[in-house]
Ligand binder design. Structure first.
Ligand SMILES: [Zn+2]
Length: 222
């Protein structure tokens, strides 16, 4: 990609295109749309892009909007079309307000935590040794919550049915450690607006060594 002003090559820094000599910073990806050279040219030189087709992940629907570049930031230009405006507002709220946390069991005691905050994705593997999976789901959530701002809504998706039942109060763990873990977790969750669901995908997982799992394999989990 080239800087529309000075024609220098743009560098990618913190997921943004930046020009080494001009004050330009544009996201590489905006709402899952990868900016093209022509978009960058229009945004920088004219302040507004042509109409771009976006895809809403939450609604699994396409929507069209123009982008504007103002005060060093790219944003949607709210179209005169009222219906479209509502859609975009809703989209923005959903994507900005909610953090998705996926808890996938890799093996007993080993949990892969996948955090999705808009376009930001983060993956951590927690290994709690020989602890039961249901317990390690609670523990990994407790571990990750301090990293999640509590003005966000939390959507937690776990693939351990016992953990989901315990956390939702539909069953009580017999094991005292797990009972304590669930209690601590629920106390922590009081600071959030949260939902918890069981992931519907049946996964065949072998072992907990994430290096052996290919990237395409991970993609199927999300
Ligand atoms: Zn430049």
């Amino acid at each position: 990609m080239l800087c529309p002003k000075c024609k220098n090559g743009l560098v990618v820094e913190d997921k943004n295109y930046k020009c080494p000599s001009c004050q330009i910073s544009l996201p590489v990806v905006f709402y899952a749309y990868r900016l093209k050279q022509e978009d960058i040219d229009k945004l920088v030189l004219e302040g507004v892009s042509d109409e771009i087709e976006f895809f809403s992940k939450t609604k699994k629907k396409k929507f069209k909007a123009k982008l504007v570049y103002k005060n060093g930031k790219v944003d949607f230009e709210f179209c005169s079309n009222k219906e479209n405006e509502g859609k975009i507002e809703e989209e923005r709220e959903k994507e900005n307000d909610t953090i998705c946390i996926f808890l996938n069991s890799l093996s007993s005691g080993v949990v892969r935590v996948f955090k999705m905050d808009g376009d930001k994705k983060e993956e951590k593997i927690y290994d709690f040794g020989t602890k039961a999976t249901r317990y390690s789901h609670a523990l990994s959530l407790i571990a990750i919550l301090p990293l999640v701002p509590n003005d966000k809504k939390l959507r937690i998706i776990s693939d351990d049915i016992a953990f989901v039942k315990y956390a939702l109060g539909e069953a009580t763990p017999r094991d005292r450690d797990i009972r304590t873990g669930i209690y601590v977790l629920l106390q922590e969750l009081k600071n959030y607006t949260w939902s918890l669901e069981l992931s519907m995908k049946k996964l065949k997982l072998k072992g907990g060594n994430s290096k052996k799992l290919s990237k395409t394999f991970f993609r199927t989990l999300v």
